[in-house]
Design a protein around this ligand. Structure first.
Ligand SMILES: O=C(O)C1=C[C@@H](OP(=O)(O)O)[C@@H](O)[C@H](O)C1
Ligand SMILES: C=C(OP(=O)(O)O)C(=O)O
Length: 428
């Protein structure tokens, strides 16, 4: 689907979608439990992949109630799946449920779409090998399809922290139901560390203890998952909010207000600070979970995205519309996502008239004297690239057509309805 966005203003109040990261974890934690009801979940292409995996391991997922998902779990003992598990486009699903597969003696085959089958899984496969399990890449290139099993019952692993934090999340979630637990020793600095904080928070809400150590993380074995009252509530998603807040700061006619914005472990709430530092007029009422932002003259800043990789596309768009230089640093791991997002944003914003330079771990956007103009840009089948380019389209002269825009279904299925609802000129 191609979507065309014309230069236009936005205003109004909108609710942030539920968090993708919390939803994945809550559904899988409910799978590791006897069961649980996950309230206000994100139902999207990616979280459906995690639901499929829980079902494949012997759980059941009931979506008959629109605002909650009732999961009957496999209670720490995953069954051998009848078929291959298709994780589609979801890195989180593939990493988290690969560690689940390692718990059973038999083998599970995991695969995904073209993008997911090109993303790195090697360090996690190696970690499962260190724990005595079997974890192979069928093409012997550290990428899916994967064949995983071997009845891992705990141990110690050494693993790099600078490729994906999802490996650590996977090992901690599975480690709790092993016999002896898992100690994770990081061999490099951990990137995306707030995502492990999210994991620790969800584990704690499900009655599971895991903690940070001097050189990594540890989780004791023999634990049982089960949230208090059998229920779990998913908070709003700050990565998704970043597009709404960016459009308010760039194209707000009147203020744009975003609700469901309560403080949480999400590193991507840093978007509020980024906008503030760029000069946006915004207010975060943390008590009521509401952020209000007005159209503002923005200036370029330097931002490190070591902890917030998913904000890079949004910040690149903000930088293209801001005055001065925006330097996004510590971004190498942003190249391992659904696409290489450093190159994708550099190339697509350039088509819209921005001046952008990339190095291996930086993206520099020269906002001075840039007048963004409409263009046909490639959404790269990557939800965050699509949404960031759509926001840029609001302030570009003329029409911007984003190709493959249906892929917003990965994390923000009604993104274009929300955009239209706020008054943007959007043709589908
Ligand atoms: O654990 C998670 O929910 C996520 C972790 C991050 O990935 P990395 O840890 O691979 O950087 C992030 O980019 C992804 O969108 C979601
Ligand atoms: C990288 C992302 O997700 P995942 O790793 O789960 O594919 C994302 O949502 O930006």
């Amino acid at each position: 689907m191609d979507v065309t966005i014309r230069e236009s203003a936005v205003a109004g109040t909108t609710q942030a979608p539920p968090s993708k990261s919390y939803t994945h974890r809550a559904i899988l934690a409910a799978g590791y439990a006897e069961g649980a009801t996950v309230h206000d979940p994100l139902v999207s292409a990616d979280t459906k992949a995690t639901m499929r995996a829980v079902t494949a391991y012997g759980g059941t997922v009931d979506r008959s109630d629109e605002s909650a998902i009732a999961v009957e779990g496999f209670d720490g003992r995953p069954e051998t799946p009848d078929d291959v598990i298709d994780c589609a486009n979801s890195g989180t699903t593939m990493r988290l449920v690969t560690a689940t597969a390692a718990l059973q003696d038999d083998l599970t085959v995991l695969t995904g779409d073209d993008s997911l089958r090109s993303r790195p899984q090697g360090p996690l496969l190696d970690a499962i090998g260190q724990l005595g399990g079997r974890a192979d890449s069928t093409r012997a290139n550290g990428q899916a399809p994967l064949v995983v099993g071997g009845g891992v019952d705990g141990g110690t692993v050494a693993i790099p922290g600078d490729v994906s934090s999802q490996y650590i999340t996977a090992l901690l979630m599975a480690g709790a139901v092993t016999d002896t637990g898992i100690d994770v020793e990081l061999t490099t600095e951990l990137k995306s560390s707030p995502y492990v904080d999210i994991t620790l928070e969800v584990l704690s809400d499900f009655g599971v203890t895991a903690e940070q150590t001097d050189d990594g993380y540890t989780v004791a074995g023999g634990q049982s998952y089960g949230p208090e009252d059998g229920t779990y509530h998913v908070p709003g998603d700050f990565s998704s909010m970043s597009y709404l807040l960016a459009m308010g700061a760039l194209a707000g006619d009147d203020a744009v207000a975003v609700t469901s914005a309560f403080p949480s472990a999400q590193g991507d709430s840093a978007i509020v600070d980024v906008l503030d530092r760029m000069g946006a007029t915004l207010d975060w009422d943390q008590q009521n979970g509401e952020i209000t932002v007005e159209r503002s003259a923005l200036s370029g800043i330097e931002v490190g995205v070591e902890d917030t990789p998913d904000l890079l596309p949004t910040i690149a768009t903000l930088g293209a519309a801001a005055d001065g230089v925006t330097r996004i640093t510590d971004a190498e791991h942003v190249r391992y996502k659904e696409t290489d997002r450093v190159s994708a944003m550099a190339e697509e914003l350039t088509k819209m008239g921005a001046e952008v330079e990339e190095t291996q771990d930086e993206l520099v956007v020269y906002g001075e004297d840039t007048d963004l103009h409409g263009a046909t840009v490639d959404g790269r089948a990557d939800h965050r690239i699509i949404m960031s380019l759509a926001v840029a389209g609001l302030v570009a002269d003329g029409e911007t057509t984003v190709t493959g825009a249906e892929h917003v279904d990965v994390s923000f299925p009604n993104f274009f309805d929300v955009l239209s609802g706020l008054g943007a000129a959007v043709d589908r």
